[in-house]
Design a protein around this ligand. Structure first.
Ligand code: ATP
Length: 318
């Protein structure tokens, strides 16, 4: 199943799980709409051929949903009944930490084998250097910022560009460095509004004709992107300020080659772990090796921001 927010690469992961099952002569069933479809028994038999031509598609053919029902004991009891009735013996959940929390609770209650594949563009899951969809989202954001830069420099404007990341600044920091942003504001570090003003003043003094400030949705300053723009307009009236919110376009699109390969590797590992009798693990990537971490640890542990990259970003804004 795919659960929670969708991310590019989920289809490639479904394909990988189904093909790995076919390879090991295990039958597989897709569950529509995450835990909601599980409770309702909305299943589809999948074969190696049912997942043709989906590796390059964004979104998820199995659809995704948030399920209030699965948060209740009755909902989970119904889900278990559906699995038993359909003779399903194990489950691969592709989703974020909420989906994994649900999987762990379900396993505790029913001893039902589950393996998680991290699928979220935010990259905020411990136990993997990359979540599925993060690389694609990053590339989408950089491409969009490059385009904004063209109009910013034609009009000598300052653009505030909001990227996704309510609790995590991975997209903002990496897309910001990749697109040459003058400032990057993220949820993990309060870089200070005065510092931003100073930096923008310096940019102007040193002859920059346009500026881009990349802001994560959940920036630590507590101000949203419109409030930040207003703050700069009030304090630096010489700037012609504009705002662009990239929004959900970052969640869609054809997955990058990196996400397709990652999804293929994680899907195979997930099936192999289940066939080995393992459960409650999340598969992930560390130093380009496919590894597994206990789901409980993956949920609890934070994925900290790279301090070296923060330093590089500082130096690049000189
Ligand atoms: P994203 O990172 O994109 O938000 P997510 O997997 O974290 O993805 P959530 O909406 O948090 O998305 O969780 C997905 C679903 O997992 C929920 O709709 C709910 O059905 C189930 N879930 C989450 N937390 C719990 C919980 N504590 N108990 C049972 N089920 C849960």
């Amino acid at each position: 199943m795919t659960s929670g927010g969708d991310s590019p690469g989920m289809n490639a992961a479904i394909r990988s799980v189904v093909r790995a099952c076919a390879y090991y002569r295990v039958s597989s069933v897709g569950i529509y709409r995450g835990y909601e479809g599980l409770i309702e028994g909305d299943f589809i038999e999948l074969t190696a051929r049912s997942v043709n031509n989906i590796i390059n598609k964004g979104g998820t053919i199995l659809k995704s949903a948030r399920s209030a029902g699965f948060r209740t004991e009755e909902g989970r009891a119904k889900a278990y009944e559906q699995l038993k009735e359909n003779e399903i013996e194990a489950m691969v959940v592709i989703g974020g930490d909420g989906s994994f929390t649900g999987a762990v609770i379900f396993n505790e209650e029913y001893d039902f084998p589950v393996i998680g594949i991290p699928g979220t563009i935010d990259n905020d899951i411990f136990g993997t250097s990359h979540t599925l969809g993060y690389d694609t989202a990053l590339n989408t954001a950089v491409e969009a910022i490059d385009k904004i830069r063209d109009t910013a420099s034609s009009h000598n404007r300052l653009f505030f560009v909001e990227v996704m990341g309510r609790d995590a600044g991975f997209i903002a920091l990496n897309a910001g460095v990749g697109a040459g942003a003058e400032e990057i504001l993220i949820p993990e570090e309060n870089l200070g509004l005065d510092r931003m003003l100073e930096s923008l003043k310096k940019s102007r003094r040193t002859g920059k004709s346009s500026s881009i400030v990349v802001v994560a949705e959940g920036d630590k300053s507590g101000k949203n992107v419109y409030e930040l723009a207003e703050y700069v307009e009030q304090n630096l009236p010489e700037y012609d300020v504009r705002v662009s919110v990239l929004g959900h376009m970052q969640r869609g699109g054809s997955p990058s080659c990196f996400d397709r390969v990652l999804a293929s590797r994680l899907g195979v590992k997930a099936v192999e772990l289940l066939l080995d009798g393992k459960t409650n693990l999340m598969v992930g990537l560390q130093n380009n090796e496919v590894i597994s971490t206990s789901i409980a640890e993956a949920i609890k542990g934070g994925h900290s921001i790279n301090q070296e990259l923060l330093r590089v970003s500082d130096i690049m804004t000189t």
